[in-house]
Design a protein around this ligand. Structure first.
Ligand code: TGC
Ligand code: FAD
Length: 395
């Protein structure tokens, strides 16, 4: 009598052989980051998130691994290609969006702003330390009354002799209270300009937002600038207008569209393992058709997101990616990851609402990711404007 062998099982991203699309160097980088995180983060992340704790002592280790500003060239940065940076973000967010947020803000917002718009002195002073994780940066664009519409910002910088006087408040700033240097965007008589405000500058204070239900393993703060006096050398000389901070956002949004795939992948991996081990009605729940329908749909969505991310990385390396393509990637991949994390949560039944399993933590984190760096609606309107020629952002 012949026996029917159980077919072998595949990890979701192996179904389309995604690793075959990567170079050996890209696979090595991804593997190195994943190994580090498995050792230093995975065993603790559930607890850190529950305790509202950001592991600040890991920052120099992230620097040593070359993850901070890794897509920038020079000044102690690794200068890797777009997919390598994306894959690092993917692995970081597979552990927790908070950790990827830290790396995004440090490398793609604070460091990129200095790298792209700063003076040589500013680059020499800050970039090597930020790359090594010996200093932390933050990026203050949003204000309490101006989130999606930063053009309305009220924070002002006024000339006073050779100096500037900075006055205003920024809200929802990742890394705010732990930052050694804040990149702050303010209105001046000549339009929006960026300023480097060091920790401890008289009049500069930060207060943490402690009641977050998402991104609990990340620091989010309110920044106050009460007539902070800054020399002109603190201004980013090449940043003119709102285009400058929005250009930084494109960099960070690119990392997020890869990162979201990581949160989705981790949710699906956990759900697959649970579906095999959990028995109801004398069968593993993964043997029920309805569970398999969920798993199949999620595997397709995850692979689609990954293919989109890799396509955008190829375009980015060719200098052929713009805000509209980034909006398509960020909107699609975050929305897909959020749907995957929520659906995975259902597979765990009651256990899924505890901190023993990752999908609900990923889902709550992804609620914040769906909102920051441009809300889902703002990205939809950016795509809509490209399709129709009509800007529907205001009246
Ligand atoms: P408009 O005011 O007309 O444009 C101003 C200038 O900016 C240019 N621009 C862009 N440039 C580069 N990249 C982009 N994505 C750009 N979007 C616009 C634009 O061409 C113009 O240039 P110029 O030279 O003509 O002056 O604005 P708009 O109508 O083009 O854009 C409006 C809108 C709503 C899309 C924009 O304001 C926007 O993106 N709003 C969302 C704000 C946002 O995403 N904030 C994020 C804050 S940082 C953050 O959330 C960090 S979370 C970090 C983490 O923890 O990971
Ligand atoms: P609002 O702009 O008030 O939007 C509220 C709702 O209205 C949304 O659904 C939005 O899509 C919708 N809406 C707004 N305008 C329109 C429109 N024209 N058409 C249709 N719908 C519209 N900012 C920084 O500068 N630096 C940071 O480091 C940073 N880190 C963050 C970390 C976290 C955890 C969070 C949650 C936010 C962070 N932000 C940061 C702020 C973030 O970028 C803003 O929250 C985001 O841009 C949305 O702004 P808002 O929250 O004021 O929402």
């Amino acid at each position: 009598m012949s026996t029917i062998e159980k077919p072998s099982v595949s990890a979701p991203l192996e179904l389309l052989n995604i690793p075959s699309l990567l170079t050996e160097e890209q696979r090595d980088i991804q593997h190195t980051v994943a190994e580090f995180l498995a050792d230093r983060v995975r065993p603790h992340i559930g607890q850190w998130s529950e305790n509202h704790y950001f592991p600040r002592d890991l920052v120099p280790e992230l620097g040593k691994l070359g993850l901070l500003g890794m897509h920038l060239n020079g000044y102690g940065c690794a200068g890797v290609d777009a997919a390598s940076y994306g894959l690092a973000c993917l692995e970081l967010e597979a552990t927790d969006s908070g950790l990827r947020s830290f790396v995004s803000v440090q490398g793609s917002l604070a460091m990129f702003a200095i790298w792209r718009f700063g003076s040589e002195d500013q680059k020499q002073e800050w970039l090597p330390r930020l790359a090594a994780g010996q200093a932390i940066g933050c990026f203050g664009l949003t204000e309490a009354d101006f989130g999606s519409n930063p053009a309305g910002m009220r924070t002002r910088a006024v000339r006073d002799g050779a100096d500037w006087i900075l006055h205003g408040e920024k809200m929802w700033i990742t890394n705010g209270s732990i930052a050694d240097i804040a990149i702050v965007w303010a209105v001046t008589e000549e339009g929006v300009r960026g300023f480097l405000v060091p920790r401890g500058a008289p009049g500069f204070s930060a207060r943490d937002i402690d009641n977050k239900l998402a991104l609990r393993a990340s620091v989010t703060s309110e920044l106050t600038f009460d007539d902070v006096r800054l020399p002109d050398s603190a201004r980013l000389p090449d940043a003119h207008g709102l285009r400058a901070p929005l250009t930084c956002l494109d960099e960070a949004r690119f990392g997020i569209l890869f990162g979201a795939v990581g949160a989705g992948r981790d949710s699906l991996d956990s759900a697959l393992a649970y579906a095999e081990s959990r028995v109801q009605f004398d069968r593993p729940i993964g043997a029920f058709q309805l569970t398999q329908q969920k798993l199949a749909d999620m595997a397709i969505d995850l692979n689609n997101s990954m293919l989109l991310a890799l396509h955008l990385a190829t375009l980015k390396d060719k200098g052929a990616v713009g805000p509209v393509q980034i909006s398509m990637g960020k909107l699609n991949n975050v929305r897909a990851a959020l749907a995957i994390a929520r659906q995975c949560r259902t597979i765990f039944g009651a256990s899924g609402i505890t901190s023993d399993y990752s999908p609900l933590r990923h889902a709550t984190n992804l609620e914040a990711v769906l909102t920051y760096e441009g809300t889902a609606e703002i990205h939809a309107l950016t795509i809509g404007r490209a399709l129709t020629g009509h800007a529907a952002f205001s009246g």
